[in-house]
Design a protein around this ligand. Structure first.
Ligand code: SAM
Length: 273
C-alpha cells in the first residue's frame, strides 16, 4: 500500500481563500511537500498547521519527486503545495504527479485558487474555449515568434507575466495581434491593491503607463475575431498543427479551408511543399 498524494491549492494573495478542505488535508497528511518551505511556513503558521514539511524545490524537481515518491511508497500521505495557487500550473508539481501515476498511486486534487482562472472569470472575454500559455519566453525575439504563432488562435489567450516585462509584452502583442484586440490586465488579484484594466490592447497599454508597474500580473487577450483576415501562411500553420494531432491531411485541408474561406486544393498542395 502506498500513501495518497494530494495536490493542494493555496491562496494567491488573500488568506480567506484557503478552503476548509485544504486546511483539513494539510492538517491530516503525514507530510507537506512545499515549493519554498520558508514561504509556506508563514501560511501554515497562520492556520496553526503543524504538519512536518519537506522541500519540493522546482529547480530540483526530478530529484525531489523521487524523494516524495519514497515517502508515498512508505505509506505516508503527502500534500504538495506551491508558493501560491495551484501546484503544477506554472509551478512545480507535474513531474511528481506523473511519477506517482506511473506507480499507480492515488493522486487527489484539493482544488482552490489559481490566478489564471480568477483572471479569466472576471475578464468578460469568451470562456467557452481558452488557451493557457503561462509565461512567455523571456528573450524578446523568442517571445515575438511565439506570439506570432498564437496570432491565429480564435480562443481566449491567458498569459502570466513578470512586472518588469509586462509592458514590453503588451507592446509586442499590440504589433502582432493588432491594437484593437480586447485585453484585460489583472494585477494583484485578491490582494489589497487589486486592479483590473480593460479595453483594447493599446488602451490597456495607455492605462498601464500611468500606473506603477509592480505586482503580479495575468494578461488575458481576446482570440482572433472573424473580421481579422487570415493569410494563407497562417492557415497552413494551423493546418499543420491540426495534422500533428493525428488529423489526416485531407481532413485538415477541408476543415481549415472552410473555416477561413480558402481553397482546399491550394492548402492541400502547399502543405506538401
Ligand atoms: N500556480 C500559480 C497559479 O495557480 O496561479 C501560478 C504560479 S506562477 C509561478 C506566478 C504567476 O502567476 C505570477 O507571476 C503572475 O503572473 C500570476 N499570479 C499569481 N498570483 C497572482 C495574483 N494575485 N494576481 C495576478 N497574477 C498572479
Amino acid at each position: 500500500m502506498s500513501g495518497i498524494l494530494y495536490i493542494v491549492s493555496t491562496p494567491i494573495g488573500n488568506l480567506e481563500d484557503m478552503t476548509l478542505r485544504s486546511l483539513r488535508v494539510l492538517k491530516e497528511v503525514d507530510l507537506i511537500a512545499a515549493e519554498d518551505t520558508r514561504r509556506s511556513r508563514k501560511l501554515l503558521t497562520h492556520f496553526d498547521i503543524k504538519t512536518p514539511m519537506i522541500s519540493y524545490w522546482g529547480a530540483k524537481e526530478k530529484v525531489k519527486a523521487e524523494e516524495v515518491l519514497a515517502h508515498l511508497l512508505n505509506d505516508k500521505d503527502v500534500a504538495l503545495i506551491s508558493d501560491a495557487g495551484t501546484p503544477g500550473i506554472s509551478d512545480p508539481g507535474s513531474v511528481l504527479v506523473r511519477r506517482a501515476l506511473e506507480k499507480a498511486m492515488n493522486v487527489m486534487p484539493v482544488p482552490g485558487p489559481s490566478a489564471m482562472i480568477a483572471a479569466l472569470s472576471i475578464s468578460g472575454l469568451p470562456t467557452e474555449s481558452f488557451t493557457f500559455i503561462g509565461f512567455l519566453p523571456p528573450k524578446a525575439s523568442q517571445r515575438r515568434k511565439f506570439l506570432s504563432e498564437l496570432a491565429i488562435k480564435r480562443e481566449t489567450l491567458i498569459f502570466y507575466e513578470a512586472p518588469h516585462r509586462v509592458m514590453d509584452t503588451l507592446v509586442d502583442m499590440e504589433s502582432i495581434f493588432g491594437a484593437d484586440r480586447k485585453a484585460v490586465v489583472a494585477r494583484e488579484l485578491t490582494k489589497l491593491h487589486e486592479e483590473i484594466l480593460r479595453g483594447t490592447i493599446s488602451s490597456v497599454i495607455d492605462q498601464l503607463d500611468n500606473s506603477t508597474v509592480a505586482g503580479e500580473f495575468v494578461v488575458v487577450i481576446e482570440g482572433r475575431t472573424k473580421s481579422e483576415p487570415v493569410s494563407e501562411d497562417e492557415a497552413l500553420a494551423e493546418m499543420k498543427t491540426l495534422m500533428q494531432t493525428g488529423v489526416s491531411r485531407k481532413d485538415a485541408a477541408r476543415k481549415i479551408s472552410s473555416t477561413y474561406g480558402l481553397s482546399k486544393k491550394r492548402l492541400y498542395d502547399r502543405s506538401l511543399e
